[in-house]
Design a protein around this ligand. Structure first.
Ligand code: 5GP
Length: 115
């Protein structure tokens, strides 16, 4: 079930602010408010979908395409040594916001991830 009052839906509607770094017709990317590392970015679809299983396959393909595009830009901007591209489904797996999103988490040699 999708709750249209989740925090990312509110960001999409402009009801709460976010530091946006990319947007197109189908997707939006913004900085994570509690970053695990410098450059931690989230990518979400504009369509309402709770998780990986809920989203339409075409929308998922567009989301992944945008995630790659944004990850390349994050890599160019922050010059990390590596990068995690992560996606969680349901509380048991660590999902806390129930609008599907990909995490882009730059990783740096000698620096632990936060949180
Ligand atoms: P999840 O655990 O659901 O995969 O990740 C949710 C992410 O959203 C977390 O990394 C958390 O820091 C981030 N987050 C939660 N609330 C907000 C918010 O209001 N603004 C932004 N930019 N990020 C948020």
């Amino acid at each position: 079930m999708y709750d249209p009052n989740n925090i990312f839906a509110k960001i999409l509607r402009g009801e709460i602010p976010a530091f946006k770094v990319y947007e197109d017709e189908h997707t939006l990317a913004f900085m994570d408010v509690m970053p695990q590392s410098e450059g931690h970015t989230l990518v979400i679809p504009r369509t309402q979908a709770r998780n990986f299983f809920d989203i339409d396959a075409d929308a998922l393909a567009r989301l992944i395409k945008s995630t790659q595009h944004v990850a390349k830009a994050v890599r160019a901007a922050f010059n990390p040594d590596g990068m995690r591209i992560i996606q969680f489904n349901e509380p048991a797996a660590g999902q806390t916001v129930f609008h599907i999103h990909f995490h882009i988490v730059p990783c740096y040699e000698g620096r632990e991830l936060k949180g």
